[in-house]
Design a protein around this ligand. Structure first.
Ligand code: NI
Length: 182
């Protein structure tokens, strides 16, 4: 595994639609492994392949452990992810992005979604996600369309600056509507 460089706002790949993966196997697994390592090193709770300048439809998501609730960390890797159901109920919450360091903003997202996709071998995956996990998946899948959270912020006054320290802390705060770095 290796960490890769995360590209930031202004890099053209962030604004392009990523290609569907059609060949599965060790190369896709290698990409996923590198993305997990890069996400953890950042640190972040999600990463999409375009963020490491790979124009393919691959995302990784890691929900940190919730020690208060006694819940272990949850790690997901999806190839060709698609939201097949999204609740009409939405909620505003703070999001950040590893490709837009230093800023967070309030974004409205569905509170419940169903995601379909594939694993590194091309086997079908399906997941129902709620709340914070659903928010991370929506943020990552947006990246595959070249969409960034700043595009979805309803009001520019809802974007604010944060320090690197605040950003690192936010990754651990799952219970609250914590800023999401992905
Ligand atoms: Ni992001």
């Amino acid at each position: 595994m290796a960490t890769r460089e995360i590209v930031t706002l202004g890099h053209p790949t962030l604004r392009q639609r990523a290609r569907k993966v059609t060949r599965f196997g060790p190369e896709v697994q290698q990409l996923i492994d590198d993305m997990i390592e890069t996400m953890r090193a950042a640190p972040g709770v999600g990463l999409a392949a375009p963020q490491i300048d790979v124009r393919e439809r691959v995302i990784v998501v890691e929900l940190p452990a919730d020690e208060e609730e006694g819940l272990p960390a949850e790690l997901y890797a999806f190839v060709n992810p698609e939201i097949v159901k999204a609740s009409r109920v939405t909620e505003e919450g703070e999001e950040g992005c590893l490709s837009i360091p230093g800023y967070i903003g309030e974004v409205e997202r569905s509170t419940e979604i169903v995601i379909r996709g594939q694993d590194a071998q091309g086997r079908p995956l399906r997941l129902k996600a709620r709340d914070y996990l659903a928010r991370i998946f929506q943020h990552e899948i947006d990246h595959l369309e070249g969409v960034l959270f700043i595009d979805r912020v309803t009001d520019p006054s809802k974007i604010r600056r944060i320090t690197a320290e605040e950003a690192a802390e936010a990754v651990g705060e799952v219970a609250e509507a914590a800023a999401l770095m992905s």
